[in-house]
Design a protein around this ligand. Structure first.
Ligand code: HEM
Length: 415
């Protein structure tokens, strides 16, 4: 059970109070989700002052519901909605968001997504197999003899950032800088970021955009067989991507390309070790490995929450009335443990076969990187356990005080 201060539910009014900074909550949100499923799967979150949804069917259908969008300013003005003016000290951050696939709705979204999508379809991604396997092995070569490692820094972080940098055609020796910019930017995706976080994210956005502008100019003169060159040269309906679109898309891919995968890898290793799961069994075949990866994504998802705007006034079936411009929150992490969908949902069962989790989202914005993330996990997890039999936790993993990125601070292992 969560600590009493972590979650308070009033079923009669469907009001819920959750302090996301309470360790009783962020260390193990699944327990709080179990209470929500039992008592109040759609609820008004008092601290956030908006409606949230935890049920699998509802989250899955709201993600696909075209009456909602990730953006609202394509159908209404700030004045109309009473939204505050943009903050001048966030101008560089906002400029990246303005052209980001993740923040666009059709038709702008469709045009950009179509252009990028080709590089991410499964058969294209499959070709990266030897490269990802070789990278995983070479990283393990570097720390195998030590007998211990902090896995996030030495492995989980490096695999995804290297792969996405290579795909885009950004020099891999920039990885530490890419990680720094990205970490500073994604701090904005928490509830109520501080002024300091805002200034820092803006500074990181300006530096990141500046760096990419240089790379794009260079690639225009020196085209190569990489995604950035492809995005620069591809035309759709006689139009090319503008510099702002190219930069935003590259930043999004570089950030999204590693932030979630790092934590998914860490969370999966932690889960396997804490549950005493036999790596030999769960990675005994391709099919078993795939099932194990999907179950670890259901049970230990890295991203628990996404928001949508109501694009018009909407009456939901369960009596919730929304006004155009209202935001709603969709709890992907909670949907993944809905007992109406998954039996014994708080148990990690690598052979589970009960349908899809929603950790990659659903609908228009479904994760474009899903085939890549799956392949990275499918290779780098079994290789780690194969190479280091006897892998065990050195200390209790420290969970990040960050509800939006459910992951570990550090993962100390020995063998
Ligand atoms: C385990 C790893 C990952 C998880 C759990 C994850 C999860 C998600 C989720 C939930 C969304 C949808 C957000 C929404 O509906 O509001 C999303 C979108 C997206 N993801 Fe991922 N992701 C992962 C890895 C990746 C990778 C490796 C890449 C890139 C190369 C990537 C690129 C993107 C992009 C570009 C979008 C926006 C798509 C759109 O708006 O059309 N992701 N991801």
């Amino acid at each position: 059970m969560p600590a009493p201060s972590a979650i308070a539910i009033t079923p009669s009014t469907r009001h819920v109070s959750i302090n996301v900074r309470d360790p009783g909550f962020y260390r193990n949100p699944l327990d709080a989700y179990a209470d929500l499923h039992a008592e109040c799967p759609s609820f008004f979150w008092e601290e956030q002052q908006q409606w949230y949804f935890a049920g699998y069917d509802q989250v899955n259908s709201l993600l696909r519901d075209r009456r909602f969008g990730r953006q609202i300013l394509h159908v209404a003005t700030r004045e109309e909605l009473g939204l505050p003016e943009p903050k001048p000290h966030l101008a560089d951050f906002d400029r990246l968001e303005a052209y980001s696939l993740l923040e666009l709705e059709p038709p702008a979204h469709t045009r950009l997504r179509t252009l990028v999508n080709r590089a991410f379809v499964s058969r294209q991604i499959e070709q990266l197999k030897p490269e990802i396997a070789a990278l995983s092995h070479s990283l393990i070569d570097g720390f195998e003899k030590d007998g211990h490692v902090e896995l996030l820094k030495a492995y989980a972080e490096i695999v995804p950032v290297t792969v996405i940098a290579r795909m885009l055609g950004v020099p891999v020796d920039m990885a530490p800088k890419l990680l720094d910019w990205s970490h500073r930017m994604v701090k904005m995706y928490v509830f109520n970021p501080s002024l300091e976080t805002e200034h820092d994210a803006n500074q990181a956005s300006a530096e990141f955009a500046d760096y990419l502008k240089g790379i794009i100019d260079w690639k225009r003169k020196n085209p190569a067989d990489d995604l950035l060159t492809h995005m620069i040269t591809t035309e759709k309906d006689g139009e090319r991507l503008s510099d702002d679109e190219l930069i935003s898309t590259a930043v999004l891919l570089l950030n999204a390309g590693h932030e979630a995968t790092v934590h998914q890898l860490g969370n999966a290793v932690r889960t396997l070790l804490e549950t005493g799961t036999s790596a030999k069994d769960v990675f005994s075949s391709d099919a078993a490995t795939e099932r194990t990866i999907e179950e670890s994504m259901r049970y230990a998802a890295p991203l628990h929450i996404f928001q949508r705007y109501a694009l018009s006034d909407i009456e939901l079936e369960d009596g919730i009335s929304l006004k155009k411009g209202d935001k709603i929150g969709l709890l992907l992490g909670a949907a993944n443990v809905d007992p109406k969908k998954f039996s014994d949902p708080l148990t990690f069962r690598p052979d589970r076969n009960e349908g899809a989790h929603v950790s990659f989202g659903a609908g228009l914005h479904f994760c474009i990187g899903a085939p890549l993330a799956r392949l990275e996990l499918k290779l780098s997890l079994p290789i780690l356990f194969e190479r280091l039999p006897g892998l065990r936790l050195t200390s209790e993993p420290q969970i990040k005080d960050s509800y939006h990125f459910h992951g570990l601070e550090r993962l100390e292992l020995e063998w």
